[in-house]
Design a protein around this ligand. Structure first.
Ligand code: PMT
Length: 219
């Protein structure tokens, strides 16, 4: 018998980095490969959910059975997420740039003359916090990630409260962990009633276990 506990449910997943332009040829980004977010989209689809994946630039193939919306910037990611609502569950695994360049140059910045440019940064919209805001369009279950480099549980627990989401998947992204770009992850699932620490496993296995927890929530 096929196990499709999420049949009839709509899921929104974000994945990958965002690219924030400096000028037409340069951008600010981060080390997210999209592996974890794409694996979550695939796992939810396997359990029968109808999945929209909004992804920044990655080398990952489109996960089977998902509707994929590629974007570059945080602002584009937010717009694509809002267009994908309503959803029963949202999982924000993307590593969204917190800041963008205030006035991206329309023409390539030139090295000749003037010396190195100063970049003025402004804050990007927070997609997870926006999706978590109370209201008719809020997904019933909003799950964020927390990428930390120390005091993972404490920072992630605080992040859950600050962002207003229901669950946080916390992971350590310190150099040497291989969390960014690697194929394995060590995560803690933080819910209202406490934290659960999972053993190190493949990102596909993390995704499958998270998808089962989501299915359990809706059962
Ligand atoms: O892509 P991989 O190479 O497989 O690596 C996986 C991962 C490390 C990127 C992933 O597991 C992960 O931790 N993703 C979240 C990365 C991140 O940006 O974490 P954060 O602690 O800075 O942000 C907290 C949460 O807010 C995240 O759910 C993030 O998607 C969200 N956010 C952050 C900033 C912003 N402007 N908008 C957001 O929605």
């Amino acid at each position: 018998p096929v196990h499709r506990p999420l049949a009839g449910r709509r899921a929104l997943v974000t994945s990958g980095p965002t690219h924030e332009p400096i000028d037409p040829v340069r951008y600010i980004a981060n080390r997210s490969s999209g592996k974890q977010g794409h694996a979550i989209a695939a796992a939810l689809a396997r359990l029968g959910a109808s999945v929209t994946l909004v992804t920044g630039p990655t080398r990952e193939p489109d996960p089977p059975g998902c509707t994929v919306h590629p974007v570059e910037t945080a602002r584009e990611m937010l717009a694509a997420c809002e267009a994908a609502l309503p959803a029963d569950v949202a999982v924000c695994a993307a590593a969204v740039a917190d800041w963008r360049v205030a006035d991206a140059a329309e023409r390539k910045l030139k090295k000749e003359g003037g010396g190195p440019p100063s970049l003025v940064l402004v804050e990007n919209p927070d997609i997870l916090a926006t999706l978590s805001q109370p209201g008719a369009r809020r997904p019933a279950l909003v799950i964020g990630f927390a990428a930390e480099t120390g005091d993972v549980l404490a920072y992630a627990t605080a992040k859950r409260a600050r962002k207003g989401c229901d669950w946080i998947v916390a992971n350590d992204v310190s150099p040497g962990t291989g969390t960014f770009g690697g194929s394995e992850n060590t995560v803690h699932l933080i819910r209202a009633d406490g934290a659960e620490s999972w053993p190190t496993m493949g990102k596909d296995a993390v995704a499958a276990r998270l998808a089962e927890a989501i299915a359990g929530h809706f059962a």
